[in-house]
Design a protein around this ligand. Structure first.
Ligand SMILES: Nc1nc2c(ncn2[C@@H]2O[C@H](COP(=O)(O)OP(=O)(O)O)[C@@H](O)[C@H]2O)c(=O)[nH]1
Ligand SMILES: [Mg+2]
Length: 263
């Protein structure tokens, strides 16, 4: 089964060359590597053009450039439109994702899974370089697992492999980092089979994260709400029926008791 790796890059990533070198070493030449550069700062244009030629010659990398758009999610959607593989896997360009887990993920897709989550929050998975953002992400995954039936040991990680058909059926619209949650929640709602493998995630060693926690709160919150509505866990169902009953009982208990005592 042919795999396409989708690598989004905002302007320029120092570690992109090494990321691709590691991917080729581990996976060989059969895998398609597609990079989407969003160049928002004109001073990077020349550097990016040189890099594109070098990556194409050395590692057979296909690359696309957008000058007037940005967004982690929209970049990945753009890459997916141009990818030719039957399986799609977003990879970060800052050496964060677990290259060693990829063959197992692909095997699971070949064996019938529709989505395979690279999971940091299951036995065998881990994070190197924990930050408040990572702790929030762990909590978000816990909420998803507790409030919904989406079976996912890592809701927010972008390191998830998709059968192409799933991506096309979901028709994701996310512009930002929350695309990864949108895809898995909607895939679960459509009844696709979600599997997972433990994965290690390494926080970037150089440069600055583009993830803005406050700006993303609504983006992530809305997929959790959608999952609670479409795929509620039994806790949510019990609370959904139980809470209104409890409130009605608290409000009407006294008036009803008084009414029943009247002659
Ligand atoms: N094409 C594109 N790539 C992006 C954008 N924002 C982030 N990226 C890339 O997505 C990957 C992850 O971004 P990063 O800033 O490391 O976020 P973090 O890992 O969540 O802290 C990196 O390879 C970035 O270059 C964007 O707007 N467009
Ligand atoms: Mg990163």
């Amino acid at each position: 089964m042919k795999l396409s790796l989708l690598i989004p890059v905002l302007n320029y990533e120092e570690a992109l060359g090494e990321t691709i070198e590691r991917l080729r070493e581990a996976l060989g030449g059969d895998v398609e590597i597609l990079v989407v550069f969003d160049v928002t700062k004109p001073e990077f244009q020349e550097q990016v053009e040189r890099l594109r030629i070098e990556l194409a010659e050395r590692f057979d990398v296909r690359s696309l450039v957008r000058l007037d758009e940005r967004g982690f999610g929209s970049g990945l959607r753009y890459a997916a439109q141009h990818a030719t593989g039957e399986a799609l896997l977003p990879i970060m360009a800052d050496l964060s994702d677990d290259v060693a887990a990829i063959p197992t993920m692909l095997q699971k897709i070949a064996d019938g899974a529709d989505v395979v989550v690279g999971a940091r929050y299951v036995e065998g998975g881990r994070i190197v370089g924990d930050t408040p953002k990572q702790r929030l992400s762990r909590w978000y995954t816990w909420l998803m697992g507790t409030l919904t039936t989406v079976k996912c040991g890592d809701a927010s990680n972008s390191f998830k492999m998709y059968r192409r058909e799933v991506w096309e059926a979901v028709e994701p619209r996310g512009q930002s980092f929350d695309l990864s949650v949108e895809l898995v929640v909607k895939a679960a709602a459509l009844g696709y089979r979600i599997d997972q493998v433990p994965a290690t995630w390494v926080n970037r060693q150089a440069g600055r994260s583009n993830f803005r926690m406050v700006g993303e709160l609504w983006n992530y919150g809305r997929w959790l709400l959608l999952a609670m509505l479409r795929l509620p866990s039994r806790w949510v169902i019990v609370a959904g029926f139980g809470l209104p009953l409890l409130v009605s009982w608290a409000v009407w208990r006294r008036p009803l008791a008084r009414a029943s005592q009247r002659p």
